[in-house]
Design a protein around this ligand. Structure first.
Ligand code: ZN
Length: 452
């Protein structure tokens, strides 16, 4: 054999040995063919085939009880089927194991948090958040969840502080330090806050298109923002920030309300004022700050703040009608409420609540015809108004004009569409209430913040 042939033979042998080793190793390393039960379970979960996932997860657990992932997921599946006892037991069992990697403890505490939340045990859910944050202090899901759980548990100061630190980090991350909510044009009561960085729209009528759902400050804030920043991505982040700022103001307002109930009045006042320094259009803060003035004997101040509120936000001025009537009656200057309603109607002639309230004053004075004329003006503009007909029926009834009353009643039966008046609705879950609410008692969403 010449040298070349020997080289070829040697190379051939080396190649055969190499291929042989690869083949043997390959056969050894891929012993199980096809997907494992756990992989099948994951696919079934993604496809929404929960029954199959359930069965495959059980197989995976039976095959390898030390692998906690299938166990955690089985617990989650049981929670989604409302088998809360079983879900909780499985997750607790995993959490009690020792020697797991940190991320798995964080995962199972997260699931336990969701279990407790579903069971309505908010203190326990918060305890799970604490455990996650001990493992990973910056855990972003845990920190956001913590704010919601503090709210559900009515721990307003804690909710405020937790959200505040998220807000501060968010501002730095997206360079939004200059973004603040606009201050109300006539209600700016707090001179120590500077707001030059946020140009406020000067148009006085831009909150007049208020509807039942969104707050007037919503539109104002969005417009100011559009003026402040033209860049679209920054805009979206800035809107997110504004929403969080509004919630911070509401936290302070709710905290103030709790303090009022505990008779810690000075602290309550500072809390309302802080709310207003964050959000110049925080509606409930104005209402309750006025309540504080009344409770502390400063009725004139209450009249002033509610009066300004009504003039600044005529479309939601009805929030203060009853309060103003009470305090003015107490002060013996009931007549001035009439002037206020006239001012509101000059600003917004279509404010039906102000018309009804003014008509009620005419009625009290015995001027039923004046009341009828006022309410009749609503029917001219809104021919389908149920409320106007109901008021008119009552007035004609008092005038013993049963022919007119019956005619109006017949018209009501011919009206189309939903006839409920003055319902406040949650845009998140559809909850409805005749009394205004700031946070939905059903789903805990903040009202008027969802359509930003
Ligand atoms: Zn809701």
């Amino acid at each position: 054999m010449d040298a070349l042939t020997s080289l070829i033979v040697i190379l051939f042998i080396v190649l055969c040995v190499f291929l042989g080793i690869r083949l043997m190793l390959g056969r050894d390393s891929k012993k199980p063919q096809g997907p494992t039960p756990y992989q099948e379970a994951l696919h079934a979960l993604i496809d929404g085939q929960n029954d199959l996932a359930f069965q495959k997860l059980k197989e995976a657990i039976a095959a390898d009880y030390d692998n906690v992932d299938p166990l955690i997921r089985l617990g989650n599946l049981l929670r989604s089927r409302n088998h809360m006892d079983q879900a909780l037991r499985i997750h607790q069992d995993v959490a009690a194991r020792s020697g797991l990697p940190k991320f798995q403890y964080a995962d199972v505490y997260r699931q336990l948090c969701l279990d407790y939340e579903k069971l309505g045990n908010h203190p326990k859910a918060l305890e799970m958040i604490d455990r996650i944050l001990q493992i990973e202090p910056g855990h972003s899901w845990a920190r956001r969840k913590q704010v919601k759980l503090f709210e559900k548990n009515r721990q307003w100061l804690e909710a405020f502080n937790a959200l505040k630190s998220l807000v501060e980090e968010f501002k730095i991350k997206y360079q939004l330090q200059d973004v603040v909510l606009p201050v109300s044009p006539t209600l700016a009561p707090l001179p120590e806050t500077k707001r030059e960085s946020m140009p406020v729209s000067t148009a006085e009528d831009d909150y007049l298109s208020y509807n039942e759902v969104s707050m007037p400050y919503e539109k104002r804030a969005t417009e100011s923002l559009t003026a402040a920043s033209a860049a679209a991505p920054k805009n979206a982040k800035a809107r997110e920030l504004l929403k969080a700022l509004r919630i911070l103001a509401l936290h302070k307002t709710m905290l103030g309300l709790d303090l009022m109930e505990k008779n810690r009045l000075d602290e309550a006042r500072s809390s309302f004022e802080e709310a207003l320094s964050i959000d110049g259009y925080c509606v409930p803060a104005y209402l309750y700050l006025g309540d504080y003035y009344r409770v502390t004997g400063r009725s004139e101040d209450a009249v002033e703040i509610w009066g300004k509120f009504a003039e600044t936000m005529p479309d939601i001025s009805h929030y203060v009608f009853n309060r103003l009537e009470d305090v003015l009656y107490e002060l013996g200057s009931f007549d001035s409420i009439e002037g206020l309603y006239e001012t509101i109607l000059a600003l917004n002639p279509d404010n039906r609540r102000a018309i009804y309230a003014l008509a009620a004053i005419y009625e009290k004075r015995g001027d039923l015809n004046g009341a009828i004329n006022l309410v009749q003006s609503i029917l001219e503009k809104f021919p389908d108004s149920l409320g106007a007909r109901q008021h008119l029926i009552s007035y004609y009834h008092k005038l013993n004009d049963s022919r007119k009353a019956v005619q109006l009643a017949l018209e009501i039966s011919g009206l189309k569409g939903p006839q409920r008046r003055d319902m406040h609705k949650c845009t998140e879950c559809g909850y409805e209430s005749p009394v205004p609410f700031w946070q939905c008692p059903e789903c805990y969403a903040w009202r008027g913040l969802n359509d930003v």
